[in-house]
Ligand binder design. Sequence first.
Ligand code: ADP
Ligand code: MG
Length: 711
Amino acid sequence: SFSKRYLTINAIAENKAKEYAKAEKATLEHYGEDVFNAKAIREYLPKKSAEKLLNTINNRALLDPEIAADVAHGMKQWAIERGATHFTHWFQPLTGSTAEKHDSFLDIEGENAIFAFSAKNLIVGEPDASSFPSGGLRRTFEARGYTAWDPTSPAFIKRHTNGATLCIPTAFCSYTGEALDKKTPLLRSIQCLSLSTQRLMKCFGLKEEKVTITLGAEQEYFLIDKRFYLHRSDLLQTGRTLFGATPPKHQQLEDHYFGSIHQRVLYFMNEVEHELWRLGVPAKTRHNEVAPGQFELAPMFEDLNLAVDHNMLIMDTLRLIADRHGFVCLLHEKPFAGVNGSGKHNNWSINYGDINLLNPGNNPQQNAVFLTVLSGIIRAVDSHADMLRATVAHAGNDHRLGANEAPPAIISIYLGDQLNEVIENIEKGENNSKHKAGVMQIGVDTLPNLPKDATDRNRTSPFAFTGNKFEFRAPGSSQSCSGLMTVLNTIVADSFDYISEQLESHIGNEEAFNNALQKVLKDIIKTHKRVIFNGDGYTDEWKDEAARRGLPNAVNTMDALRSLVNDKNINLFGKYGVYSKKELQSRFEVFLEEYHRKIRIEGEVALNIVRNNILPAVIEEFKTELSAVKSATDAGITVGVDALKRNVELLGKGLEDLTEKTEKMEKAVTGLHEEILEAMAELREVVDRLEKIVSDTLWPLPKYREMLFIK
Ligand code: ADP
Ligand code: MG
């Protein structure tokens, strides 16, 4: 009799020749077609209202109520011409995913059914929010939440087989105005970094410009055949495999990374890009990642708020199209033990007008600005490393951070050798650089050009300068970018303000200004250079060195989350109005609770799998071996019986261990998370050992080699 696994593999093999889905080819012709963008706004709105709306978007202002009716009407017209029958305020609760509640455009007018959509429908929505986590921000009797349209992220259409929904990106607040979502604090932080940047640039005598924070979020993911997935209740329920022996060949040969992309996967990727391009998401690169079955998609960078929404759409689209192609897209940080996990590198920069402030400049003044911005960031990251670490803390990422393939849990900055030397020279105030790029006096007139594109690649740093942007590599693949970007913006704003405070009194007096600038940068580097590390972040030596430097090393979620509510952070985020104390506490509670729940679910799923699948298979094998011994003995055969017995004993030992560890888990699962984690590790060790000795035909779970390699 064939096991379910064998049938699955056969089915996949037979399917090879078939087309998995009628995949759409990505075309430019449809680019942005499903977005209510500038083009659509001009086409569907009266001229004056269109210009007003475009201005609103450009200046990140609130929507003028006077034009709301025009906007609603135009948007509805646009949407129904594209097949939409419903609309939803699309928001981002603290669960980390997106939420939508659809309302149809339907209205009854006299005897006629019509499609209607009012200004009020567009601007505010009132979903019943009682079932979203709020960490005490909202009681059930005041369950109502409010969503408000954020015009800087355009409305779009989500299509499905027989219809479409107009999605309006919104912020989500409680009745009393507290942010119940991830977008509201993000928008606040963009505002505060914009103001601080303008203030700092004013010190340099630059005229006021618009500040644009940009994000390019690289998205890693795994793709496996859906038929395997359906046989793995651990993947189905927790997003990761709780058991599974590492196969002899996995990623050691380094033959997957950037390898030629499998046909079936390309087919899938093409359709993903088609969908994303329609949505105006500028998907740009695609490639195989390090682990077998692992891939990456990176969009071109965009305005931060939009890029965050687009990353949510990228994750949605990957899952949706995977399903259409008979795949499942796994966004969990560590779906498979023993091979690389998945991250989401957040590439971030600050732009002032047309100038990227993280670009070493072409003239002394730009260089001075660049080095000031750089120093500000160094100060921010060192002073608030604990808070940055907290933003990437969750159960999935615990398997990744510090696990020898992802950045360590210690937050440090990588600058590269040349820039590092520049920084060191600022501290010393000397001019004896080996490189031409050496810089001593920050005086606006005396700075030589800085190295461009000279940064080396260092893949082990959690926060790396990569030429004209910082790349925050600690975020997990399943995470929303919102929380971490909110924190990064705010701590940098604080640093910029700190610098501005020391410079402002010297504006207009060049010499005094240069001296003050020189001093503040020197002080910052002296105090905060401990956060700079250009070596290999995976080594144990770095852990020791970081400890000597006094850098925080929160090894797990529990440790890391506490920083959300320490006084230092409560004060800082309160001062900038990005998170109130209550909002921070609520997030702390929600994330902590989520962590505990996830660990407990994993414990319970593991127990089910062992009791329902693994134990029966082991007992079956045990029975077969025992009866072989008995048959041989009954037949009076002596040769081989000892060997048989040795095998029975090996399996018997496994059976005993399995039972013992299962009982341990049974007790642990109602207790503390540490106990569950310990029981889980021990249980897994036994199951993975058994996988290697139990007959392949009896093993109930799809194996790693199958899920990772069979497409
Ligand atoms: P990597 O070598 O890490 O794969 P890439 O050069 O492919 O890096 O770029 C990764 C991401 O960085 C892309 O999404 C890209 O759009 C983004 N990026 C490039 N420049 C900037 C910038 N100035 N600000 C934000 N993101 C940027
Ligand atoms: Mg990268």
